[in-house]
Ligand binder design. Structure first.
Ligand code: FAD
Length: 473
């Protein structure tokens, strides 16, 4: 049971503290925690050094997804001809997209601010650092705040590779949102979802795109067939270089020249490096309270987001558990309910539906085939690879891939992986079933929605692969 020391349990020491909760960081996790805690009656102050909304709203999920939408129109215009449309030569205006995208981000930022204000949270637009187990200092004003609890929700930032000469010529995913023109040629370095998504965005928007990744496959941690399917699709859309790494960058007469480890050179107008992110902990004062970092530079916490200091908690990317917005939000919510609402609960990080907004898109939940092989005694893998109906008339060279992975001992669906249109939307719904513990029999008795791509998920009858323990027929 959690040691709950919220307002209800508060003794007569109110004067000892200026606030019940001080939140450092106004991103996904911090904002949710602050609002919920205030709703439970806590006096809450929150410091944000940049813009309320954090990475997701300001320079992550939201502006990126708007750019994904922008890029995908190119395909729609092309495909329309197959359905009888005559579309005049489409032209893309980067600046128009940028202005509208940034206005939307500003609108959302204002909504976040208003919601915090309405909840009664006192927002300090400045950097905060920790000075003691119950002490925070606001850096610009120099004001000191005594807080019963401190929540660290400072997120993370991109790491550029200092080992590569000329790295100052490259941009990260922060600066990509500040580009004033669309680069005609872009080199994207990295194999994680951020690199993959931006390579897809720029290729769709008409930039000559190279995606460079030192591994042999993109998207570590995803199902291998999905990874291969994406690489095949990307190979048609851009110059995909796998198994090669960046040795140096230099300014040349025609642009930035990237030299690879095999001596090959690539000239580009922009180089986007998206090879990793690291928690925002520098100068935060963790050493003053004795919080040591883990091997990844993150703040170690227990299931209830408690650090080793009883009054200090941490949620979101700064803890490097699962660096996604819905996880940061949920961790913040669980923290606030547990500490201030008298309802302790913790986040289950075991089953996380997620999407990669590449084109084609990826949606995934649960175990990959390789993980399931290692964990399940008996396994059935159902697979469907097909040409989506829309591609028949559009003539687009496109396949959709779906996999349903079943623990054959229990009949439980332990993983679903989708590559193709609307995979992210589909996986959200499938995620409910998988989270509820759906069996393959449940999938089978679900009536198909026809004609959709999603109906394949409930009409796969024969496993493509089966694994049985040795000696079992
Ligand atoms: P953040 O949202 O990063 O918020 C931390 C805040 O703390 C920041 O605003 C920062 O300015 C502030 N701060 C830091 N230090 C201090 C200090 N000392 N004092 C005051 N303020 C401070 N996730 C998804 O689920 N789906 C996606 O599609 C997706 N796309 C992404 C695309 C990109 C390009 C990136 C970079 C990330 C993406 N993410 C996505 C991840 C998601 O943005 C993060 O997981 C999420 O924002 C983490 O929330 P957080 O609250 O931990 O930190």
């Amino acid at each position: 049971m959690l040691d709950v020391t919220g307002p209800a349990a508060r003794p007569d020491t109110d004067e000892e503290f200026d606030v019940d909760l001080f939140v450092i960081g106004g991103g996904s996790g911090g904002v949710r925690a602050a609002r919920i805690a205030a709703g439970h009656g806590a006096r809450v102050q929150l410091a944000e050094e940049y813009r309320v909304g954090g990475t997701c709203v300001i320079r992550g999920c939201v502006p990126k997804k708007l750019m994904v939408y922008a890029g995908r129109f190119a395909e729609e215009f092309e495909d329309a001809a197959g359905f009888g449309w005559t579309v005049p030569e489409p032209r893309f205006d980067w600046n128009a997209m940028r202005v509208r995208r940034d206005a939307e981000v500003t609108r959302l930022e204002a909504i976040y601010d208003t919601n915090l204000m309405r909840a009664g949270v006192d927002v300090e637009p400045q950097r905060a650092v920790i000075e003691g187990p119950h002490a925070v200092r606001l850096v610009r004003s120099g004001k000191r705040v005594r807080a019963r609890h401190i929540l660290i929700a400072t997120g993370g930032h991109p790491v550029m590779r200092p080992d590569v000469p000329g790295m100052d010529l490259a941009i990260s995913s922060n600066e990509v949102f500040e580009l004033e023109t669309r680069p005609d040629r872009i080199l994207v370095v990295g194999g994680g979802y951020i690199a993959v998504e931006f390579a897809g965005i720029f290729a769709n928007l008409g930039s000559r795109t190279t995606l460079l990744h030192r591994g042999e496959r993109l998207l570590t941690g995803f199902d291998d067939e999905i990874r291969d399917g994406l690489a095949e699709a990307y190979g048609r859309r851009m110059d995909l270089r796998l198994g090669r790494s960046l040795s140096r960058l230099a300014r040349g007469p025609g642009g930035i020249v990237a030299t690879l480890d095999d001596g090959a050179t690539i000239e580009a107008d922009q180089v986007l490096v998206a090879t990793g992110r690291t928690p925002n902990v520098a100068g935060l004062g963790l050493d003053t309270v004795g919080i040591d970092l883990d091997g990844a530079g993150a703040i170690p916490v227990d299931a209830f987001s408690r650090t080793c200091v009883p009054s200090i908690y941490a949620v979101g990317d700064v803890t490097n558990r699962a660096n996604l917005t819905p996880i940061a939000i949920r961790e913040g919510h669980a923290f606030a309910d547990s500490v201030f609402g008298g309802k302790p609960w913790s986040v289950d990080h075991g089953l996380i539906p997620t999407a990669v907004f590449s084109t084609p898109e990826i949606g995934t939940v649960g175990l990959t085939e390789a993980e399931a092989r290692a964990r399940c005694g008996a396994l059935d893998v159902y697979r469907s690879c097909f040409r989506p109906m829309k591609a028949t008339l559009s003539g687009r060279e496109e396949r959709m891939l779906m996999k349903v992975i079943v623990d054959a001992d229990t009949d439980r669906v332990v993983g679903v992986h989708i590559l193709g249109h609307d995979a992210g939307e589909m996986i959200q719904a499938v995620g409910i079933a998988v989270t509820m513990g759906a069996t393959k029999a449940d999938f089978d008795r679900t009536i198909a929605v026809h004609p959709t791509a999603g109906e394949e998920l409930v009409t796969m009858r024969v496993p493509a692969v089966t694994k049985r323990p040795e000696g079992v027929g």
